[in-house]
Design a protein around this ligand. Sequence first.
Ligand code: CMP
Length: 136
Amino acid sequence: MDKTFVIIKPDAVGKAVIGEILSFFERNDLRIIELRMLNMERPDAEELYSVHRDKPFYSDLVEFITSGPIVACILEGEGAIERVREIIGATDPKKARSGTIRAKFGTDIQVNAVHASDSEESYRREAPIIFGDRIF
Ligand code: CMP
């Protein structure tokens, strides 16, 4: 079964919408098979966002994801990676389709409520940062 990795970011945790976001996924036949609430360590955040290392917004991104507790999970379901990307909506909440998680809970392109792996390759790199290699 296909799997993907999702982070509920500090803004959404702060808004107390963890349950609502998880239920979006569950209502769409995505099963939560791993779940953890934690404060991300800086080196882990730098690894998570390593593909953006050269972008001007990189340090703000690392700062934001380490600014408070997050909830990380692994979701399982058919076509999980693509379906989760659809359910969460475009990176910029203002451009996200209505009814998506980012349209409902996001603020701006950085403070955008959730992160999800964008490919199988990203999933295999990102998920072990939180859950270790035992998930594979
Ligand atoms: P996320 O899915 O966590 O993956 C990378 C993040 O970079 C993305 O969500 C956005 O929050 C952030 N991001 C992408 N483009 C920009 C941008 N132009 N300015 C600030 N942040 C950005």
